[in-house]
Every structure is written in C-alpha cells, then in structure tokens.
Design a protein around this ligand. Structure first.
Ligand code: GTP
Ligand code: MG
Length: 344
C-alpha cells in the first residue's frame, strides 16, 4: 500500500524486439536463470511471464536507486518471441504492456521485427525504453560485470568508446527516422516526449542496473495513477497457453492484469467454441523470478492479485484458446460476462 493507503498494481513490462537481439538473455540476467538454454532451436516460441520483486530490482540497481523512492511492488516482465512467424504473440504481449523494453542488438541495428515492435508500441501508446544490447561485442571491449554503464564506459579504451558511440548514434538516428526523438537515457529530461536509450549487455550485466532504474522511474512517474486500481475487483486476464498440468488436468497459463482471482471463483474463458463457464479447481503460482513458461514447481494458493502470471486449473478447459480473455464472474450476471468475453 502507498501513502494514501491504496494498493498499487504491479506494472507489466513487455520485452519486444527482433529475433536473437537478446530479450530472453536480458531476462535471464535479471532472474539469474538460464531459460534460454532450454529453448528449442534457441528461439522463443511462446509468451513468458516473470514476476520480479522490488527487492530484486533494488539489489540489481544497487547504488542507482533508493528503494524508498518506490512504492510499486515490483515488475511483471512479459517475454515475447522475435521470430517473424510469431507476430500474433508480439501483438498480444504488446497489448498487455503498461511499459516496454525494445531490445535492439547494437551491431545489428534496426531489423524488420524491431520496426514491427515499434508499430505495436505506437498503436497501443505504450511508453518504452530502448535497451541497446550486446555492448560487450564492441571490438576491444573490457567487460565490467554488472556495473552501471557509465562506470563501464569509463573503463574502456578511446577506440572502443568511439566505436560504441557511433553505433549508439546510428540507433538514435534510426529511432528519429521513425519519428521518435531519442537520446541516451541520462540526457533525457522528459520521458513522456523522448525515448531513452540504455546501453546494456545481457552477457556481462553491464547497464542492467541502469535499465531497471529507468524502468522503475518511468513506472513510478507515469504509471502510478494507472496502477492505483481496485485490485480487489473481479480478476481479468489473457490466456497465454492451454497445457496439461500434472495432477490437475488441463490448465491455462494466464497473465492477470486486473483485479483478483480466488480458488472459489467461477471464471469465464474464451474458447474455440462458446465461452467456457467453469469453477476454479486450483490456482498455481510460480515463485518470484521463475519463468511461468518453463517452471515445473508451482505453489497452490488461495488467491492471486494483478498483475501476475499464474496457472488456473479447472474442468472443461480443453477448448480454451491462447489469446482469449479470462474473467472472474464475481457477483455479475453470467450472461453479461459471457457477452463481454465473446465480444473481445
Ligand atoms: P528470440 O526470443 O528468438 O526472439 O531471441 P531473443 O531476443 O530472446 O535472443 P536470445 O536471448 O535468445 O539471444 C540470442 C543470442 O544472442 C544468444 O546466443 C545469446 O547468448 C546472445 N546474446 C544475447 N545477449 C547478448 C549480449 O549482451 N552479448 C553477447 N555477446 N551475446 C548476447
Ligand atoms: Mg527469446
């Protein structure tokens, strides 16, 4: 709860960008995990979700943030695939986002799915920062594990610095060609009108403290009012995947973006046929920092409040559909909620 006693919802941060530019690697660096190693063909093929508590954000950001400046509970990161064939999943991820990270490989620059991601962010009016990733591949780079970017920059040779500068300016030029006024994040005063560029390396962790600091600052400054929602209201979310869950039957992976769902609730879920009206059998929550897509161990809980990734097990979910809405019925008329789900 913040100073006014309201409970603030966790902001949802979508990670978008061209294939192989390092979205999952960046999240692995933040989680301290190796999700990327388990990916078939080393490409992401589904939307993922990971809750990162404020504690972890402050730990990584270190001296760059004062945790008492923040009263948001943390960040919920949504990983998306960059491969061109998954444009539906990118739009879905973008639609869930409160803010976003556009990941661009500094060597590779703007690529087709970078532009596609920008179009999604413009269409959904989602504020974003650019993570200019793979700075460690600059020729002659002297890696400084997990340090803030300016400290790491100061430790580089003149030649490495000027090569990186050139690449970053090219990127800022590309952004301006797409009508975004952009600059290095430490020069941006007003993030509402300017896109901040954060040089990072998912490989060495350089710049990751800066990235998290910028995200928390943006959320706190621009999203706080939007996050002051009635988190006790009936839950609303989107189905990510429909999967068998050992011991529970068919379950749906869900990103809950509003309200609360409890283990006693009736839910309405969009399906291949008519909306499915069913009673929750179990709510399964991944531990903090776990990627819901790959996690094996879940905690059975009585209730989950937005924003969060969770599994919902219930009868009759076989025809539930990825991308479809999930609504808690609450004390509303069943017909109204069914119509709402059908219309979405
Ligand atoms: P898709 O999900 O398929 O779109 O790819 P992605 O954006 O998630 O990229 P991923 O994290 O799978 O990384 C692609 C490759 O780039 C992997 O081999 C990573 O090890 C490598 N990589 C990612 N970030 C960095 C970085 O900062 N530096 C270096 N040197 N390599 C990186
Ligand atoms: Mg990936």
């Amino acid at each position: 709860a913040d100073a006014t006693g309201e409970t603030l919802r966790t902001p949802i941060v979508a990670v978008l960008g061209h294939v192989d530019h390092g979205k999952t690697s960046l999240l692995d660096r933040i989680r301290g995990s190796t999700v990327i190693e388990g990916e078939a063909g080393a490409i992401t093929q589904h939307i993922g979700a990971t809750a990162v508590p404020l504690e972890t954000v402050s730990e990584i950001a270190g001296s760059l943030v004062d945790p008492t400046d923040f009263d948001l509970p943390g960040l919920l990161f949504i990983d998306t695939p960059g491969h061109h064939s998954f444009s539906t999943l990118r739009s879905r991820g973008g639609a869930l986002a409160d803010i976003a990270i556009l990941v661009i490989d500094v060597n590779d620059g703007f690529q087709p799915q970078t532009i596609e991601a920008i179009d999604i962010l413009q269409r959904t009016e989602t504020p974003f920062v650019v993570a200019a990733n793979k700075v460690d591949t600059t020729p002659g780079w002297n890696p400084q594990e997990n340090t803030p970017i300016q400290q790491s920059y100061d430790a580089q040779s003149d030649r490495a610095r000027s090569t990186l500068d050139e690449r970053l300016y090219d990127l800022i030029g590309d952004l301006s060609d797409h009508d975004f006024s952009a600059d290095m994040y430490w020069r941006v005063q007003n993030f509402a009108n300017n896109v901040g560029v954060v040089p990072v390396s998912a490989e060495t962790g350089e710049g990751v403290p800066d990235l998290l600091t910028v995200l928390m600052g943006l959320s706190q400054r621009y999203l706080k009012d939007a996050m002051a929602i009635d988190v006790d209201g009936p839950g609303a979310g989107t189905v990510l995947e429909v999967k068998e869950q050992k011991g529970f039957g068919t379950a749906i992976d869900v990103v809950l973006y509003d309200g609360t769902v409890t283990a006693d609730d009736t839910i309405v879920v969009g399906g291949t046929g008519d909306p499915i009206v069913t009673d929750v059998r179990a709510l399964l929550q991944p531990r903090p920092l776990a990627e819901i897509r790959t996690e094996k161990r879940f905690e059975e809980v009585d209730s989950v409040t937005a924003a969060a990734g969770l599994k919902i097990a219930a009868p009759d979910l076989d025809d539930a559909m990825a991308g479809a809405p999930v609504r808690v019925l609450g004390n509303r008329e069943r017909e109204d909620v069914v119509t709402e789900v059908e219309a979405e």
